[in-house]
Design a protein around this ligand. Structure first.
Ligand code: ADP
Length: 633
């Protein structure tokens, strides 16, 4: 291979532009990212070395400052890269991460303080070196093979050069040629400070030569290890300071702040392991990207990093948890495939779930505000467990929180609190799913509940409807959709309402039949119901129907949906009913009747937040109504 110049892929180019012209104040993180890459590379080599005798080294990361040439080097003796790997990993970026990263930056317009976190979260750390570099060189040699070394060079503008080179040892050396305004990184104290801050617990020594000038002007150089290398999860809880947690959490999550909660525990007996887990405060920008979901906890076996892609360590519904599990029992040379459905792993998972759920429960009880903040951020993920983890379903139910009709906006209550606050007359747990509280608050379908002081859970997460399929009961009370099916009344009210409805149905038989015929394409039935106390009409599903909210979501996903016809309910005591009946009795061919029938249906759609099928027509009818009304005056 002779030297070649290659153009960056468009996304990489875009990303580099962002980095080079960045005004982000915290540029220090480039070093954190390069050191993290170096440590990852050693993790990988160490794992390979378990089966490949060609690889065996004293693992270390070496830093070098060259003041004369304005550069610093970061050198590792890890796994290294072949030419193809260099091109794929840092030339083209086949990863989904880059595009998403750029999108996140451009769409969400995050504060510049958030950018360093984004860089880490999206796995584009290497490029952050261009925040401080006018040129970056990568010299790398793949471990355990006889592939020749490769040199990659770029000024980050539009292209990079790649050529065969020579290098004695395995691993990678990154040379960062510093920009004029980044000279601070030539100071040993500055580098030491950054390493201490971000990379202290990295397991491999990070070594930096310190040169001191003696009085007689002779220089001596002494190598110092900058990091303490303490595997933080092996320390006792008392030994770990808040600051330690913050640093380690930021390493795992790429967030700069503190975690919401640290959970440290160990298990003995059939499965021995130590775990240090963190409940984050915020979800990363990429929480719903498949790549990130895959990365659960980091698995170590007796301090050796094995993988961060062991899906079975933690269930999907806890995928927001970050942390480390270090097992004593798994064999060190366990292959990543063998980890799948391994009974020891399943045991760890069980423990992890139990511990996390019980910590959440404690937080819910003792620190309700903190818990509510947590739930707002991660509740929609946690709730998946109700549907997917039957053995812990009851515990997860206890952990869910909702807004309700009888509590002020923004306030979340647990099912336990809901049940405790229920009026004595209420037997079931009522809920409604939909877009927003605002829609529920005005929904005619809830008028009856409102008039009786009954409480209704407001469910606005897209996932709620799916979760409800597994909810069934809580505290021996059934969950009942408030906007579906018939309303259950106590015996007295039932008798009264039955009489009113029977009466109305007889009196307005002809009108009902007319409406039914007129709207038959869209609704299955027209009926009077006790649900409405103020409005004239509303739409309800039958007991089994999909909610209009769910239907709209499926449509948005371009899913073919069979049309569900719902029931149009009328309020027997609303003056509209009598007025229409009069009009009908006068002349049942009056064209206004057709218009009014359509308007009743459109109104019912609007009040529940559904779009109306023909807004032009609706507007024409309203206008006509206004004109005729205005002329009367
Ligand atoms: P991330 O590390 O999050 O994947 P980066 O942009 O920092 O993203 O790095 C891209 C890829 O380049 C890495 O996934 C890794 O495969 C490779 N790489 C980076 N630095 C090194 C290194 N020091 N040794 C070996 N491979 C490296």
């Amino acid at each position: 291979m002779s030297g070649q110049t290659k153009k960056f892929k468009a996304e990489v180019q875009h990303l580099l532009d962002l980095m080079i012209h960045s005004l982000y104040s915290n540029k220090d993180i480039f070093l954190r990212e390069l050191i993290a890459n170096a440590a990852d590379a050693i993790d990988k080599a160490r794992f390979e070395a378990l089966t490949n005798k060609e690889i065996s080294r004293e693992w270390e990361i070496r830093l070098e400052i060259d003041k004369n040439n304005n550069l610093i080097k970061i050198r590792d003796n890890g796994i290294g890269m072949t030419e193809d790997e260099v091109i794929v990993n840092i030339g083209t970026i086949a990863k989904s991460g880059t595009k998403e990263f750029i999108k996140a930056i451009e769409e969400s317009n995050p504060k510049s303080a958030d950018i360093p976190q984004l860089i880490g979260q999206f796995g584009v750390g290497f490029y952050s070196s261009f925040m401080v570099a006018e040129k970056v060189e990568v010299l790398t040699k793949k471990a355990g093979t006889d592939a020749s070394a490769v040199r990659w060079t770029s000024d980050g503008k539009s292209s990079y050069q790649i050529e065969e080179s020579t290098k004695e040892d395995q691993g990678t050396e990154i040379t960062v040629h510093l920009k004029e305004d980044a000279k601070a990184y030539l100071e040993t104290w500055k580098i030491s400070e950054i390493v201490k801050k971000y990379s202290d617990f990295i397991e491999y020594p990070i070594i930096l030569p310190f040169t001191t000038t003696k009085e007689d002007k002779t220089e001596t150089t002494e190598e110092r290890t900058l990091n303490s290398q303490k595997a933080i999860w092996l320390r006792t809880p008392e030994e770990i300071t808040e600051e330690d947690h913050k640093t380690f959490y930021s390493h795992l999550s790429h967030f700069n702040g503190a975690p919401l909660k640290a959970i440290q525990f160990s298990a003995e007996g059939t499965s021995e392991f130590k775990a240090l887990l963190y409940i984050p405060e915020k979800s990363p920008f990429n929480m719903f990207m498949p790549d990130v979901q895959k990365k659960g906890l980091q698995l170590y076996v007796r301090r050796v990093f094995i993988t961060d892609e062991c899906k079975d360590l933690i269930p999907d519904y806890l995928r927001f948890i970050k942390g480390v599990v270090d097992s004593n029992d798994l064999p060190l040379n366990v292959s990543r495939e063998i980890l799948q459905e391994n009974p020891l792993i399943m045991k760890i998972q069980k423990n992890v779930i139990r511990k996390v759920l019980s910590e959440l429960q404690k937080m819910q009880e003792n620190e309700p505000d903190k818990y509510a903040a947590f739930f707002k951020e991660f509740g929609k993920i946690l709730k998946e467990g109700i549907h997917t983890d039957f053995s812990n379903q009851e515990k997860i139910k206890e952990l869910t929180m909702y807004e309700t009709m009888n509590n002020e906006a923004g306030k979340l209550v647990s099912l336990k609190q809901y049940v405790a606050q229920m009026p004595a007359a209420q037997k079931d747990i009522y809920y409604i799913t939909g877009e927003s509280r605002a829609v529920f608050e005005n929904s005619p379908a809830l008028e009856y509940f409102r008039s009786q002081g009954l409480d209704v859970l407001f469910m606005t997460d897209p996932i709620d409807e799916w979760v409800m399929q597994s909810m069934h009961q809580y505290d021996k009370k059934h969950f009942k959709p408030a906007a579906k099916g018939e309303i259950e009344l106590d015996e007295d009210s039932r008798k009264k309402s039955d009489a009113v409805i029977k009466d109305a149905a007889e009196k307005h038989k002809t009108l009902i039949e007319f409406l039914q015929k007129e709207l038959g394409e869209n609704i299955q039935q027209v009926r009077f119901s006790p649900r409405l106390t103020e409005s004239a009409c509303c739409l309800v599903g039958d007991e089994t129907a999909m909610s209009p909210h769910m239907e709209r979501m499926f449509k948005a996903l371009n899913q073919q949906m069979p049309k569900t016809k719902r029931i149009l309910e009328l309020n027997a005591s609303h003056p509209l009913v009598n007025a229409l009946q009069k009009l009908y009795d006068k002349d049942n061919n009056d064209p206004k009747l057709k218009d009014y029938a359509g308007m009743i249906y459109d109104q019912a759609l609007l009040t529940e937040g559904s779009p109306i099928p023909d807004p032009m027509n609706f507007s024409r009818r309203i206008t006509a109504l206004m004109v005729s009304n205005a002329e009367k005056n």
